[in-house]
Design a protein around this ligand. Structure first.
Ligand code: NAG
Ligand code: NAG
Ligand code: NAG
Ligand code: NAG
Ligand code: NAG
Ligand code: NAG
Ligand code: NAG
Ligand code: NAG
Ligand code: NAG
Ligand code: NAG
Ligand code: NAG
Ligand code: NAG
Length: 437
């Protein structure tokens, strides 16, 4: 891993030398003091979190082995599903998750033999003790299954207990909840209760060296976040991923091409209908712990066709490289054309490409803007960055993950869990106890 010196971090990230705000002390996980906690020495540094969708092994041909583990502190594995009658949390794609043999073994018909991407993640944890993994529940696809059960306390208890059990049995270090979106103050209170129930069950594992983690993917739109009980949630969370993306896209009406992930807003509200900083400020003002907040940065862009650029009308987006919405392109495929010019506005924290021949604009982050956002994280004392999703990154000098963690310098190094003696899977039985610390 590239370890820049203090001075080069300042220069790389554009700090004036008078602003010696790096490195920020990271207060880390603000555990209830009665719960077991880790030595402060290993909690310094920012968190760098990569989302990994279980479908990446298909179309993108991106497997757990492709994860840039040295640059990440956590991997969040997406998504587990929810039974919309009972609240039980189950695997989203059992074949990809625990069955597909990656190393020659064949788990079919053998329930005790863990395979799939989740085994691959565990093998990565053994080799990289700083790498923590979380199981994400919900997401855009499965959130509609949360809506009908959230009001029911029995279902919430089932949700919490089955999620914790699944997390433990599969060798994860915690849970991530992605419910899009809480739609009322009633649901906000119910969600706090779901977090409380989950936290209690996670903390029951007092026989582990550090508590299991609980995180939440937080909406960036005021219509959504103003409904949340931010303070109520914060006490149970280790970190929040503020989903700082999708501000514009194929869905934007009226159809004006604009920026999808800008740090700040401009006076041209057609070009910047939303902004990240006001959302971050809102969460902090409402009681979110700043050092728990992450910028959720996209490793993809939004395309607009038949447009003159930001703040002007568009007509169509094209299909893009993933998703049904249209116009979504993985970052490693951008810019789309060699003739496209790249525009970067460090003041507003945004960048885009524009090709006058194809009349196509794409809103996406360049390495310079990734560094700008890393600097924002450091200036505000936030906890780090979470990327949706790591499969979309470029390799080498153009990597946005690389640009960001170079700015952070020091990353959090707390150790992962390896011991799961009560899991039914035989892989954990092979682990020699006592090696956890
Ligand atoms: C950085 O330093 C400049 C010049 O000294 C000052 O104007 C600015 O407010 C400082 N920024 C921070 C975040 O401290
Ligand atoms: C912290 O733990 C104590 C003792 O278990 C408990 O009484 C208290 O309610 C907990 N506080 C929070 C915020 O969970
Ligand atoms: C997928 O990636 C692996 C290793 O990176 C490579 O060997 C294989 O040929 C790729 N498969 C396809 C279909 O691209
Ligand atoms: C629950 O899921 C099933 C299967 O996907 C669906 O048919 C049903 O409408 C859902 N029920 C509710 C209340 O959303
Ligand atoms: C809550 O869910 C449980 C389990 O599905 C069900 O038996 C019960 O009737 C539900 N209660 C309400 C009030 O919907
Ligand atoms: C299942 O896997 C375990 C562990 O690899 C092995 O000991 C056992 O023989 C397997 N059982 C069957 C029926 O293949
Ligand atoms: C929120 O979602 C629940 C569950 O789907 C629904 O019953 C309720 O009417 C919704 N509330 C609002 C304000 O949309
Ligand atoms: C660890 O704690 C969990 C939760 O209380 C319990 O189910 C499990 O049996 C314990 N394991 C050991 C080895 O003590
Ligand atoms: C940033 O977003 C907030 C919330 O939507 C909005 O009130 C504010 O005007 C925006 N700021 C700018 C400069 O556009
Ligand atoms: C918007 O801001 C730019 C740059 O700060 C300024 O030149 C322009 O006059 C402003 N436009 C309006 C309508 O306020
Ligand atoms: C958008 O493009 C479609 C065909 O590509 C065309 O039929 C339609 O008139 C266009 N709409 C506008 C507002 O230009
Ligand atoms: C784009 O998607 C539409 C609808 O799924 C499909 O009919 C069309 O062939 C696609 N175009 C390209 C270029 O892939």
């Amino acid at each position: 891993m590239h370890c820049p010196t203090f001075l080069s971090v300042l220069i790389l990230c554009g700090f004036a030398l008078s602003n010696q705000t790096y490195p920020f002390p990271n207060r880390g996980n603000s555990w209830n003091s009665s719960t077991p906690s880790q030595p402060d020495a290993v909690r310094n540094g920012k968190r760098a979190v990569g989302f990994f969708g279980d479908w990446n092994i298909y179309g993108r041909n991106f497997t757990a082995a492709d994860i840039p583990v040295k640059q990440l502190t956590h991997v969040i594995y997406a998504f587990a599903n929810i039974n919309n009658v009972t609240g039980e949390v189950t695997l989203g794609d059992p074949w990809a998750d625990v069955e597909k043999p990656f190393d020659g073994n064949d788990a079919q018909g053998n329930d005790t033999n863990l395979e799939g991407s989740i085994k691959q993640l565990y093998l990565l944890k053994q080799q990289n003790r700083h790498l923590k993994t979380l199981l994400s529940v919900g997401g855009w696809t499965y959130s509609p299954n949360i809506s009908p059960i959230l009001h029911n306390e029995t279902c919430r208890a089932t949700f919490a207990s089955s999620a914790v059990k699944l997390m433990y049995n599969l060798g994860f270090d915690g849970l991530d909840y992605d419910y899009e979106y809480i739609n009322s103050t009633e649901q906000a209170a119910q969600f706090v209760d779901l977090l409380a129930k989950t936290r209690t069950l996670l903390d029951a594992y007092r026989n582990v060296t550090s508590p299991f983690l609980l995180t939440f993917d937080a909406p960036a739109g005021p219509d959504h976040y103003e409904l949340l009980d931010v303070k109520g949630m914060d006490q149970y969370l280790d970190f929040w991923t503020f989903m700082a993306f999708d501000y514009t896209g194929a869905f934007t009406t009226p159809p004006y091409a604009g920026h999808a992930q800008n740090l700040y807003g401009s006076n041209d509200t057609l070009a910047t209908p939303f902004n990240t900083s006001s959302g971050i400020e809102y969460y902090i003002a409402q009681g979110a712990t700043a050092s728990k907040l992450h910028l959720g940065n996209p490793l993809y862009g939004h395309a607009f066709q038949n447009t003159h650029g930001p703040g002007t009308p568009f007509n169509g987006t094209g299909n893009g490289s993933f998703g049904d919405a249209g116009g979504n392109w993985d970052y490693d495929l951008l810019p789309l054309t060699r003739n496209a010019s790249i525009h970067e506005d460090e003041e507003l924290g945004l960048s885009w490409s524009y090709d006058g021949d194809t009349k196509t604009m794409v809103s996406y982050d360049t390495p310079k803007i990734a560094r700008r956002k890393a600097r924002y994280v450091m200036e505000k004392g936030l906890g780090g960055v979470s990327w949706w999703q790591i499969a979309g990154d470029k390799k080498g000098a153009e990597s946005l993950v690389g640009a960001t963690v170079d700015c952070f310098g020091e990353l959090e190094t707390s150790r992962n869990h390896l011991e799961y003696p009560d899991s039914p899977y035989s892989i954990f039985k092979d682990h020699v106890p006592g090696k956890e610390w």
